[in-house]
Design a protein around this ligand. Structure first.
Ligand SMILES: Cc1cc2nc3c(=O)[nH]c(=O)nc-3n(C[C@H](O)[C@H](O)[C@H](O)COP(=O)(O)OP(=O)(O)OC[C@H]3O[C@@H](n4cnc5c(N)ncnc54)[C@H](O)[C@@H]3O)c2cc1C
Ligand code: SF4
Length: 475
């Protein structure tokens, strides 16, 4: 038998100098043969730790064995029994901090873990190409009940898919004109092609889920109306309201929030202006503030729009960078520069109300904060200026208040997120469940999905229980 390779099977990617001027996907994915070569590396551990560190507990050795045996259909069926969005998770999950981090092969000296994410993506893409979702079976039995889902991001889509599989009528209400949440308006095409997101959403609709777009719950329709019309509600409105540094010069032309910048590009296709109506500034010198996936995405978009010089200003060091390591490496290959241990203190006006530079201060790391990371402390007299015509703030998002402010009965945490039991998704109001970023604060796709899976089971229990004890009013 061939020796088990120490390293992951290489995967094709667009070359950095080619891809940094287009929005096409960077990673081209495994062929089936490459996937089988990688699948052979899996040890098929009996007590597989990779399963336990996956928030939706996918049978990882099971689907990898099916790939190894050349049975893609079986691999796809295993995946779809755990996750409704495998093509998305295979692309954007931080596997290096989850399943791949604990992979037993990766624990062996000089061995890399199995490329679990890339194998998941291979199977999911195969299924999207080869399965006819219109033939998915929908039960002709009377529906068990009606559930309203608010927000069509990964959390809402997961609840909707799981409840539809359990024979519920599910209507998803989405504020934007397109569904998918951050998958559609936040994560760029070169990491997550929108045709993949659309296909995954089509497969959820094929289960019988209805998605109504352009409905802002709290304005177009109230929570009270939904509660009287449905047996239960699931709130998954995400954490999409941008935070700002609040430093002098924020109102200058050329200062963007990452939410605006990325929404213009991803949702409104401004990178294809004038084919699409929405414009975007074509910048030369761009500074992005922050160190998460959002900052990487904004910087790499700016480069692709033709900026000569793009740098990321981050107040800590590479060690603390919260972004996915793969995305950091990709950004460096594409020519993005980094100012570590640096923080902006002022945006400079060119005299006409336009940005001309970002005044920064150097930082050093002090004591550890609540998150366990060492807090950055400014170094006196270390100010310097980075020339810039555009700055994009990617320093985090908070909860959007549109729905919450019209539903004051719902208990919130001190940070303004919905208080919900992580084991059940139950909120302070019976029949109203919540999950995803609106409960945890900005987190990850798979955690939002995990919360959705948990809540779907609990919503089913709740409705079944309610059916046994008839009541005159709903929820
Ligand atoms: C730019 C960017 C890059 C990211 N990259 C990664 C990554 O690489 N890997 C990863 O795992 N995670 C990543 N994340 C985080 C991840 O996308 C989120 O954790 C995840 O999308 C949260 O899912 P959700 O369903 O809770 O909310 P969301 O995806 O935010 O969806 C919420 C939906 O609710 C809608 N909504 C809001 N208010 C209302 C209302 N009142 N009525 C109706 N609808 C409403 C919104 O329009 C939105 O469509 C990234 C986030 C961003 C912003
Ligand atoms: S831990 Fe790694 S080697 Fe073991 S089953 Fe999971 S993927 Fe395979």
């Amino acid at each position: 038998m061939a020796r088990r390779s120490r390293t992951k099977t290489p995967i094709a990617e667009q070359k950095p100098k080619v891809r940094n001027s287009n929005f096409n996907e960077v990673c081209l994915g495994y062929t089936i043969e490459e996937g089988q070569a990688e699948a052979i590396r899996c040890l098929q551990c009996k007590d597989a730790p990779c399963i336990k560190s996956c928030p939706v507990m996918i049978d990882i050795p099971g689907f990898i064995l099916a790939i190894k045996e050349g049975n893609m259909q079986e691999a796809a069926e295993i995946l779809s029994s755990y996750t409704n969005l495998p093509a998305i998770c295979g692309r954007v999950c931080p596997q290096e901090k989850q399943c791949e981090q604990v992979c037993k092969l990766g624990m062996a000296k000089n061995f890399e873990p199995v490329a679990i994410g890339k194998l998941e993506r291979l199977v999911a893409d195969w299924a999207l190409e080869n399965q006819d979702f219109s033939k998915l079976s929908q039960s002709d039995q009377p529906k068990i009940g009606r559930v309203a889902v608010i927000g069509s991001g990964p959390s809402g889509l997961t609840v909707a898919g799981d409840l539809a599989k359990l024979n519920y009528e599910v209507i998803v209400y989405e504020a934007l004109h397109d569904s998918g949440g951050v998958l559609t308006y936040g994560i760029p095409e070169f990491r997550l092609p929108k045709r993949i997101v659309k296909k995954e959403i089509e497969s959820i609709k094929a289960l019988g889920v209805t998605i109504e777009t352009n409905v802002v719950v709290g304005k177009t329709i109230t929570m009270d109306e939904l509660r009287s019309e449905f047996d239960a509600c699931y709130i998954s409105v995400g954490a999409g309201a941008p935070n700002f540094m609040g430093i002098s010069g924020t109102a200058l032309n050329g200062v963007y929030s990452s939410s605006e910048y990325l929404t213009r590009i991803n949702l409104m296709h401004s990178y294809e202006f004038p084919k699409y109506d929405t414009p975007i500034k074509r910048s030369q010198q761009v500074v992005v503030i922050g160190g998460g996936n959002v900052a990487m995405d904004a910087a790499r978009c700016a480069k692709r729009l033709g900026a000569e010089h793009v740098s990321i200003v981050y107040r800590r060091s590479l060690e603390e960078l919260p972004a996915r390591i793969e995305e950091y490496h990709h950004s460096v290959e594409e020519g993005i520069e980094y100012h570590w241990l640096t923080n902006p203190i002022e945006y400079i006006d060119n005299g006409n109300g336009d940005l001309s530079g970002v005044k920064c201060i150097k930082m050093e790391l002090g004591e550890s904060d609540e998150s366990g990371r060492r807090s950055p402390v400014p170094i006196k007299n270390s100010e310097f200026i980075i020339e810039a015509d555009t700055v994009i703030e990617a320093i985090g998002q908070g909860s959007n208040k549109v729905l919450l402010s019209t539903f004051p009965e719902l208990k919130l945490t001190k940070w303004g997120y919905i208080e919900a039991d992580p084991k059940t998704g139950e909120t302070s109001i019976p029949g109203v469940f919540a999950g995803g970023d609106i409960v945890t604060g900005a987190a990850t796709v798979i955690l939002a999905m995990g919360a959705g899976k948990v809540a779907a089971v609990q919503i089913d229990n709740y409705v079944q229980e309610k059916m046994k004890t008839p009541v005159t009013t709903k929820v």
